[in-house]
Ligand binder design. Sequence first.
Ligand code: RM4
Ligand code: MN
Ligand code: MN
Length: 411
Amino acid sequence: MPTRDELAYQILEETLQERHVDVSAVLTALKQQQIETPSWGYADSGTRFGVFPQPGAAVTIAEKLADAAQVHKFTGIAPLVATHVLWDLPDEEAFEAVPALARSLGVRIGSINPNVFQDREYWLGSFGNRDATARRKAVEHCLRSVEIGQRLQSSVLTLWFADGTDYPGQSDFRERKRWFEECLSEVYRAMPESMTMLVEYKPFEPGLYHTDIADWGMSYVFCRKLGERARVLVDLGHHLPGTNIEHIVAFLLDEACLGGFHFNNRKYADDDVMVGSINPYEFFLIYNELVKEELQPRGNPPVEYMVDQGFNTKKKIPGMIQTVLMIQATYAKALCVDRVRLAEAMGNHDVVGAEECLHAAYRLDVEPLLRRTRAEMGVPAEPLQAFRESCYQTGIERERGIRAGAGGLGQ
Ligand code: RM4
Ligand code: MN
Ligand code: MN
């Protein structure tokens, strides 16, 4: 007698075969998926109105890595951890200890995130600051981050700038653009061949009137001027309402300039809530573009799939496991689109038929496929439930308690 799981898998397999989907290729793709979770996602976070510490939230890099390792242990697809230079790596000793510590926990250091937005000197900007000493300080910090990245065996430098202005007339757009070009280029030139620079954009906040890298186009222009190892970072929350993000993704892919993502979701502004929690269909359509590039590569280098979320009211580790599972399920659905029928429908100008192909994949219950993937990877079929049963959460709540200074978003 086949088990319930086997039966469900067989039924799904038949459906997928009918839909011209190569099921074993889908399983392979799912097993190769790699997601990077952010160290700051395990630390206390808040809003500009305050930070509410959670019992058990991580403070040190060792705790952040240990918590991230739990997410990887129960999902099998989150082996990378993004680090924030200022928040995670306070001293020289950390650079020595961190890679080995990560390895011992079964994870690796992913992207290095310099911080040129918190110090007093950056009040009026970093790379776009009129004051050359502030620009110098920011460049030096980024150069140091390149060095740190090498020591941590990281190959990705992720840049986000809080630069902008609050009022018309406050500064000069063109001057600032030139300063950005100069500073970015100095950092780019210092990177080893193995390192990629990802440039993030954001149309609003903290600047109330303008931000210096406001959209993907500006980021793209900077990257193109720098060279092939500079690519655009798409943070899903950094778009004005109604923006067609999947179109941007496809456009950048075709230009071989899509570097990576900061996955999250927004309802109103840069909310940093869980990816897919507000608009899961939009997330599916984004993954649909990514899968098309995977199936028919046109030269975009591998994309970094990073999470950039804050958990203010959700518990952090289960929140992150839930996030990773959402990303996995969405990728699985995008892999299950009937691309033969879709191409036919497109060719016949059958708008209803074409959209139906996407709907059919989006509606599909991919759970049997995910359970099979997990079984083959040796991770629990129900990661969230298994994490709860492990009692890790109650353990850290008891041992670490509530502490101040956990750093991270909103601080
Ligand atoms: C920004 C952006 C960056 C993140 C900072 C703290 O809005 O998303 O990636 O590092 O917030
Ligand atoms: Mn981001
Ligand atoms: Mn953001």
